[in-house]
Design a binder for this molecule. Structure first.
Ligand code: 13P
Length: 427
């Protein structure tokens, strides 16, 4: 820190002793201006900087003041700088990607289940979990006829980023050709903090390097999920802050590497909490997230929010109407969400396809004053809910057929269209 200050002091000042610079730094640290972010000076800071210039040198007070102000401005701008380190081209690039992801009438498909998670699902339908089967499965999804009418973007697992379709075209490129923006899940696994029930998502170390590699492989955005759970004791303040700071740091790194960060705070549906508690916790979590993003200097206009729908816990003993849930969601977003963020894509959190679509539909109906901001889907499990095959089985062929490219998923989407899901979701 002291070295940071010293390196930014004007040339004459840096020629003074390190102790002088250290004194100036101490004053800067202690100054309330560091918190307040204003560029005016207290006498203490000025004095420190003037004296740091070196004893015995002529020092015009006005020049010293200007130099000191410059230093303080620099220090203050370290917080909430809104991506001032990014070039105008980079900002435009990020904004253009956000704009496309937030295309009205379209949503994101989350096809980023890792090899482990997808294995559980394959097992249910008796399909061996091999890399080739995973490749065929992804290809089947991406080649669904008409899919680009509903999807603006797809989130890929890192493995899929480097796989190719039958024609030898890498999936990111194949998606782009269909007008679907490819992105990647760069985080690793959830980790339980020892001695607590709190979790954090791993993967910040070496994130910049991985982002660079994914960008070179065709990714345009990234997604980072930070799960939290409502319980009698949680989520704790510490868990919220740790997770939201991680999301902010991830976003900062992504933008620096040219990827749009999709920030995903996910308050999971497990629990018996009511809707009112869900509203309070969501407000706290999202408010902490935006504060952390602003503090970190994230360029808010170059980000997308992907969050849980505000819902009562799965074991809540009270039934809420879709309208009540929609109002609760709108309340949370209106209270805390910066309108600089271009779009919201709600994750499904494992809700049924019909339930999630009905809630999203109601939410779109009650939103009035947030202008053209699209609130749409960013589903993984839900748009492939026939994974549990309960409904689809009566609807289409034998579930094992899903491994035949273009067949079963085509039916899944047909099923969605038949249900009128897309008509409901996009208003
Ligand atoms: P869902 O399966 O909950 O929709 O998840 C989407 C997602 O991207 C989770 O990170």
């Amino acid at each position: 820190m002291d070295a940071f200050v010293a390196s930014r002091l004007p040339a004459a000042t840096t020629s003074s002793t390190p102790q002088h610079a250290a004194t100036a730094a101490t004053h800067l640290r202690q100054s309330p201006l560091r918190q307040g972010g204003t560029a005016s000076l207290t006498a203490g800071v000025l004095l420190a900087l003037c004296s740091a210039r070196g004893a015995g040198r002529p020092n015009h007070p006005r020049a010293a003041r200007r130099r000191a102000e410059k230093v303080v401005r620099h220090m203050c701008h370290r917080n909430c700088h809104g991506g001032e380190h990014l070039s105008p081209e980079r900002k435009r690039e990020l904004e253009a990607i956000c704009e496309k992801i937030a295309t009205p009438g379209k949503g994101i498909t989350a096809t980023d289940e890792g090899p482990g998670t997808i294995g559980d699902r394959f097992e249910k339908v008796g399909v061996e979990n091999t890399e080739e089967h995973r490749r065929i499965y992804r290809q089947m999804l991406y080649e669904t006829p008409g899919i680009n009418n509903y999807l603006s973007a797809a989130i890929l697992d890192p493995e899929t980023m480097y796989q190719k379709d039958d024609e030898g075209v890498p999936f990111p490129e194949a998606l782009e050709k269909r007008g679907i923006i490819p992105g990647v899940k760069p985080h690793l696994k959830v980790y339980e903090l020892p001695g607590t029930k709190d979790t954090v998502m791993q993967g910040l170390d070496s994130l910049a390097v991985r982002c660079r590699e994914y960008k070179a492989a065709g990714a345009k955005f990234a997604k980072w999920r930070s799960p939290l759970q409502i319980s009698r004791f949680g989520p704790t303040k510490m868990a919220i802050e740790a997770n939201m700071n991680d999301l902010a740091r991830y976003a900062l790194i992504c933008q620096d590497e040219g990827l749009v960060p999709i920030v995903e705070p996910d308050i999971v549906m497990k629990g018996d909490h009511d809707l009112e508690t869900a509203v309070a916790v969501n407000v706290e979590v999202q408010a902490t997230l935006y504060k952390a993003m602003l503090d970190h200097g994230v360029y808010m206009e170059g980000t997308i929010l992907k969050t849980n729908l505000v819902n009562p816990g799965l074991s809540c003993d009270h039934d809420y109407s879709v309208e009540e849930i929609a109002v609760a969601n709108m309340m949370v977003l209106r209270r805390v969400m910066p309108t600089a963020i271009r779009g919201v894509n709600f994750l499904s959190g494992g809700q049924s396809l019909e339930g999630a679509a009905a809630r999203l539909n109601a939410l779109n109906k009650v939103k009035k004053r947030l202008g053209r901001m699209p609130w749409t889907h960013g589903w993984g499990r839900t748009d492939r809910s026939p994974w549990d095959w309960k409904v689809l089985r009566s609807y289409t062929w034998d579930p094992v057929l899903f491994i035949i490219p273009g067949e079963c998923v085509c039916n899944i989407w047909k099923y969605c269209i038949h249900l009128g899901v897309f008509g409901q979701v996009f208003i």
